[in-house]
Design a protein around this ligand. Structure first.
Ligand SMILES: [Zn+2]
Length: 160
């Protein structure tokens, strides 16, 4: 198999995986996630308690967490960041609380220290952008967001 075939296979796997996270409308309503309790009703996921007996499934956010397959990657770095790391990460966690409260599919997967920088991975692209924007609004610095159309993912980088 030549390199081109590998590339194609990789892309097919990605597309397949991607589809498993975006089955909106394919769940009977209401469907409740057996892991986190989020409920799919009226075409969206929410934390509303279902009024009637529900079907069970694992929601896209819980799947991404189980597969460790993030939709958003945020990199934070710099001297200023090093000094204020805990404070800045608390801001990120607060944004997650707000975002997740309204949108159950927007969550932080992991926060990892990688020596000279910290990486936050997320289940959704909106939360990644919101965290980047909140950090930049509070602490200035340089922010960049790169949206990848083909697999609908986002890379956010902030440094100061
Ligand atoms: Zn879930």
């Amino acid at each position: 198999m030549d390199k081109g075939n590998f590339g194609r296979k990789d892309r097919l796997i990605k597309e397949h995986r991607h589809d498993t996270y975006r089955m909106a409308g394919k769940w009977p309503e209401p469907t409740q996630c057996s892991r986190c309790g989020a409920v799919f009703t009226n075409g969206r996921w929410s934390w509303d308690k279902p009024a009637i007996r529900t079907n069970e499934a694992v929601c896209p956010a819980c799947r991404r967490i189980a597969d460790n397959y993030p939709a958003g990657i945020i990199e934070l770095r710099g001297e200023f960041f090093k000094q204020r790391r805990e404070e800045i990460l608390n801001l990120a966690r607060n944004i997650e609380e707000q975002e997740k409260g309204e949108h159950p599919m927007e969550r932080i997967i992991t926060i990892k220290n990688r020596g000279d920088h910290t990486v936050i991975t997320t289940t959704g692209i909106h939360i990644a952008r919101r965290i980047g924007e909140a950090v930049s609004r509070s602490y200035k610095g340089e922010l960049s967001c790169q949206y990848n159309r083909s697999d609908k993912s986002i890379r956010v980088a902030w440094q100061r």
